[in-house]
Design a protein around this ligand. Structure first.
Ligand code: PGA
Length: 239
């Protein structure tokens, strides 16, 4: 079954990296039945988009502003990203919620702006270690999802990525049972079949098991998407 694989490069990469990434992954892109979205830093989007021409992979951004234009120094709007050929935008990543103080309502406004520009919003949710330890993870994440999902969200224009904060970049992937239970809860809470992705220390070693879980339609991959041989195995993993 076709899965969604999103690469989040975060603040990593260079022009040289973009070129070698696309060259090394050419075969993988043509071999995979999966939908691949690569999200580099803003300034490499146009170069990556050109480099990916002729492949089945598309480009996405890691953030955007919620307004279409104006006096917002240093910001980029969803319409500009769509203008460039982006197909998707990650919003509400826990790193932005933490260091850029993005609230649920800001995330919902950004997701709505992504929809308005005709792209897919990849809305991230996930609990901290303290919340998980308190036994409240499920309620907490469901509430966060309700507050981060704009009324414009449909299964055609939105993916929701469950990314437990403690699993991001730590090598501590969530247990399969925990992913299963959380995805079931999120699926029920949405009442509409918006595709659900899992993110948090996904590698070529665990991706097959994660993608087999019910209500896991894809993965959001950070660190492992920067290792071309590992990422190639992730996108071509047999499902
Ligand atoms: P990771 O990051 O795969 O390096 O844990 C995932 C993410 O932050 O989206």
């Amino acid at each position: 079954m076709r899965k969604i694989i999103v690469a989040n490069w975060k603040m990593n990469g260079s022009l040289n990296f973009v070129s070698s990434f696309v060259t090394k992954l050419q075969q993988g892109f043509s071999a995979t039945p999966n939908q691949i979205i690569i999200c580099p830093p803003f300034l490499y989007l146009a170069f990556l988009k050109t480099a990916l021409e002729g492949t089945s992979a598309s480009v996405g951004a890691q953030n955007c502003h919620n307004l279409s234009q104006g006096a917002f120094t240093g910001e980029v709007s969803s319409f500009m990203l769509a203008d460039l050929g982006c197909k998707a935008v990650i919003v509400g990543h826990s790193e932005r919620r933490s260091f850029a103080a993005e609230t649920d309502s800001m995330v919902a406004a950004k997701a709505a702006a992504v929809h308005e520009a005709g792209m897919t919003a990849i809305i991230c949710v996930g609990e901290s270690y303290a919340v998980r330890e308190s036994g409240q993870a499920m309620n907490w994440v469901v509430q966060q999802l309700h507050a981060s999902l704009p009324p414009s969200a449909t299964p055609q224009n939105t993916y929701v990525a469950y990314e437990p904060i403690w699993a991001i970049g730590t090598g501590m992937t969530a247990h399969q049972e925990d992913i299963k239970v959380m995805h079931q809860a999120l699926h029920q809470a949405m009442g509409t079949p918006i595709p659900l992705l899992y993110g948090g220390s996904v590698t070529d070693q665990n991706v097959g098991d994660i993608l087999c879980l019910p209500h896991v339609e894809g993965v959001l991959v950070g660190g492992a998407s920067l290792k071309t041989d590992v990422f190639e195995r992730i996108i071509t993993s047999h499902l």
